[in-house]
Design a protein around this ligand. Structure first.
Ligand code: GRF
Length: 216
C-alpha cells in the first residue's frame, strides 16, 4: 500500500508495545509501517522482536556521546536517513533534549502507564494503589519538553480491583496499552488527529460508554 506513514520506534527494553505496533502494521491495510527500531541499549529485548519481524534496527548508546545534545543529534540523523516521519516512544528511558523535542514537535508520541495528567513519572502502578484510585490506565500523547506532558491523543481506563498488587495492576494496564497504542497511531496516520494549542481534536465518533468502578 502506497503512502503508509513511516514510523521510527524508540525503545530501551522489553518492547511489548513495540510488538503491538509490529503486529498491527503486519496488516497491509494498516496506515503506518515501522521503518526503524532504535534502542539506546544494545541488549534491549525489543531489538530481537524487530529483527524477527524483518525491521531495520539501530543501537545508539548514550554512553558513546559526551552530552545529551550530540546523542540526540545522532538519533535524529539515523531516523531521518531511514525516512522516519513520526516517532513512537515505547519504553524509551532517556530524557530528550529541548532541541530534539522541538525538532520532532507534533511528530513524536509516547505511551505512559497512567491516566495523565495524573501520575507522570515512574512507579505509576504502586502510586495508583497508594492513592486508592478506583480507575487507572494509560495515555498516548504528543511529546513536549516537560516529562509525560503534551496533547492527549487517547486514553484507556481499567478498574483497580480489591486484591490488586502493583504487578497485577501493571499487567491489566499493559493489556490496555497494547490496544491503545496501535489504535492511536492508526488515527494519526489517517490524518484524523489535529493538534490545536495544547489539545488534540480527534475526528471520529467515539462510542458513548462510561466505565464505572465498582459496578454496583
Ligand atoms: C510501558 O508501560 C509504557 O507505558 C512505558 O514503558 C513501558 C514499556 O514497556 N512508557 P514495553 O517495553 O513496551 O514492554
Amino acid at each position: 500500500m502506497a503512502g503508509r506513514l513511516k514510523v521510527g520506534v524508540l525503545i530501551s527494553g522489553r518492547g511489548s508495545n513495540l510488538q503491538a505496533l509490529i503486529d498491527a502494521a503486519k496488516d497491509p491495510s494498516y496506515p503506518a509501517e515501522i521503518v526503524l527500531v532504535l534502542s539506546n541499549k544494545p541488549d534491549a529485548k525489543g531489538l530481537e522482536r524487530a529483527a524477527g519481524a524483518g525491521i531495520a534496527t539501530a543501537v545508539i548508546s548514550h554512553k558513546d556521546f559526551a552530552d545529551r545534545k550530540s546523542f540526540d543529534g545522532a538519533m535524529t540523523e539515523a531516523l531521518e536517513s531511514a525516512g522516519v516521519e513520526l516517532i513512537c516512544l515505547a519504553g524509551f528511558m532517556r530524557l530528550l533534549s529541548a532541541e530534539f523535542v522541538e525538532h520532532w514537535r507534533d511528530r513524536m508520541i509516547n505511551i505512559h502507564p497512567s491516566l495523565l495528567p495524573l501520575l507522570p513519572g515512574l512507579d505509576t502502578h504502586e502510586r495508583a494503589l497508594e492513592m486508592g484510585l478506583r480507575l487507572h490506565g494509560c495515555s498516548v500523547h504528543f511529546v513536549r519538553q516537560e516529562m509525560d506532558s503534551g496533547p492527549l491523543i487517547g486514553q484507556a481506563a481499567v478498574p483497580v480491583l480489591p486484591d490488586d498488587d502493583a504487578e497485577s495492576l501493571a499487567a491489566r494496564v499493559l493489556e490496555a496499552e497494547h490496544r491503545l497504542y496501535p489504535a492511536c497511531l492508526k488515527l494519526l496516520a489517517e490524518g484524523r488527529v489535529k493538534v490545536e494549542g495544547e489539545r488534540c481534536r480527534v475526528e471520529g465518533t467515539p462510542s458513548a460508554q462510561a466505565l464505572v468502578n465498582p459496578l454496583a
